[in-house]
Design a protein around this ligand. Structure first.
Ligand code: PLP
Length: 489
């Protein structure tokens, strides 16, 4: 039943809300349509935004119209436009229309999905949508998903579950000062994301306890080196706990040989966690399945819809084949969080660090429904076809070279003019990146591979066209030609 709105003493009236909402949605529509007119990389200097903002809060209410004016005047210049179709740095992402509205509705409901009872739809939606995603990625039914803010937290939780699975009672007794507790260790490749090392620090494994296994010439974990490291550690009295493999590493998007790693994990009773934060969604494409062979044997997998599934940040999915162990690692129910139905339902607080949780599955649901699996597959294929097309152009260029094969939608390359001494090439590429990004037309990022500085161009925005990629390529060539003789050493 609809009752007439009561006048609200403290918050906006419905009329005010409607009017401001209209202004904001008009602004967003214009922003999304006109994104190409903005410089991708914010040109501001450190401290510039802070100095334009008042140091103290306003004592009296301010009109929303004025706040919106200041948003455009003060904040916008300090934005690096991640939603720009020519943002190609790090991993390119998308705040899509349905995702943005999903965020808005989630904010309006403002539920905390910590317990089933505190919003049954938020819990059950998360279970259903993540099962859709599981099916889409062709993972076995045993995998259960849970949403975290970031892959860093998803991997931390997975690695905590691995520690729990070892039966060392760390949850109960901790790690410090324990007689007879062996030194613990975990394994990942030297190309793994830094979040894995951070998790090792947090979990008391320590940086020294995380073995960074060398890679082959394509930056994939060397399984023989992994096998040797495990054997060596066991002989030295260490207790190996887990291996973290990556499908789509951050620097080059290389893919570790997961099937062989899974076999080793099974032989040694180690937990296998797969970091597929960026590339995981492509498991839905039959032509990419080879790269995922063996991942179904993992104990846990992370895939980030906020990377390449057009869902606004933050939304990271941890799939776990042993959710009971994850629960065992994290479940702790004080009296004030007990509910009558707790043994019959999923209480999301039991599967991670945080108690409070946003209703993140709503935006993912809206994105998946709005695009459909065929729409998602079509965009992923388009992005990868652009990346391959760019890779071909680079391979044909006399002075710019591909550094690694194009595995997904990321292209890694460097400027390598023949007459320039090798020791100058790194500085030259750093300068090239700076000048390319300084144009404001595009934004790329960089990495260093075996001492060689390289540029990365990652395609992943829903609105990116081939013309955007072409413009990026033209900008790189123009800026490379403009580098001065001083730059060339
Ligand atoms: N794993 C991989 C392979 C990544 O590339 C990244 C970030 O780019 C992460 C994990 C960390 O992601 P998040 O920012 O969600 O913690």
């Amino acid at each position: 039943m609809h009752t007439p709105p009561a006048p609200s003493a403290n918050d906006w009236s419905p009329e005010e809300f409607r009017s401001y909402c209209q202004q904001v949605s008009d602004w967003i529509a214009g922003y999304l349509a006109g994104l190409r007119s903005y410089p991708v990389l914010s040109p501001v200097q450190p401290g510039q935004i802070k100095s334009a903002l008042p140091a103290s809060p306003p004592a009296s209410p301010e009109p929303f119209a004025q706040i919106l004016v200041d948003f455009e005047r003060v904040i916008l210049p300090g934005i690096t436009h991640w939603n720009h179709p020519r943002f190609f740095a790090y991993f390119s992402i998308t705040g899509s229309g349905p995702g943005i509205l999903g965020e808005l509705l989630a904010a309006a409901l403002n539920v905390n999905a910590m317990l089933w009872k505190t919003s049954p739809a938020a819990t059950e939606m998360e279970e259903v949508v993540l099962d859709w995603l599981r099916q889409m990625l062709r993972l076995p039914e045993a995998f259960r998903g849970v949403i975290n803010d970031t892959a860093s937290v998803s991997s931390l939780c997975a690695m905590a579950a691995a520690r729990e699975a070892a039966g060392l009672q760390v949850r109960d007794k901790g790690l410090s000062g324990r007689q007879g507790l062996p030194r613990l260790c975990m394994y990942t490749s030297e190309q793994a994301h830094s979040s894995i090392e951070k998790a090792a620090i947090v979990l008391g494994i320590g940086q020294q306890g995380l073995r960074k296994i060398p890679c082959d010439h394509h930056y994939r974990m060397d399984v023989e080196a992994l096998a040797q490291a495990i054997r060596h550690d066991i002989a030295a009295g260490y207790r190996p706990l887990c291996v973290i493999a990556t499908i789509g590493t951050t620097s080059t998007t290389s893919v570790d040989p997961v099937a062989a790693i899974a076999e080793l994990c099974a032989a040694h009773g180690l937990w296998l966690h797969v970091d597929a934060a960026y590339a995981g969604v492509t498991a839905m494409l039959p032509e990419k399945r080879d790269l995922f062979t063996g991942w179904e044997q993992a104990d846990s997998i992370v895939v980030n819809p906020h990377k390449w599934l057009f869902t606004p940040i933050d939304c990271s999915v941890l799939f776990c084949r042993r959710p009971d162990v994850l629960r065992q690692a994290f479940s702790l129910t004080p009296e004030y969080l007990r509910t009558a139905e707790q043994d019959q339902v999923v209480n999301l607080m039991d599967y991670g660090v945080s108690l409070g949780r946003r209703f993140r599955s709503l935006k993912l649901w809206m994105v998946m429904r709005s695009l459909g699996t065929s729409g998602i597959a079509a965009v992923l294929r388009q992005h990868m076809s652009y990346a391959h097309r760019l890779g071909d152009l680079i391979a044909a260029h006399p002075q710019i070279e591909l550094v690694t094969p194009v595995w997904f939608s990321t292209v890694v390359f460097r400027f390598r003019p023949p007459a320039v001494p090798e020791e100058t090439v790194n500085a030259l590429n750093a300068r090239l990146l700076e000048t390319v990004n300084h144009t404001g037309a595009v934004m790329l990022s960089h990495t260093v591979l075996r001492g060689q500085y390289a540029l990365r161009l990652a395609i992943g925005n829903l609105r990116t066209t081939w013309e955007d990629v072409e413009l990026a390529w033209r900008t790189v060539q123009e800026q490379a030609e403009k580098l001065t003789t001083a730059d060339l050493g």
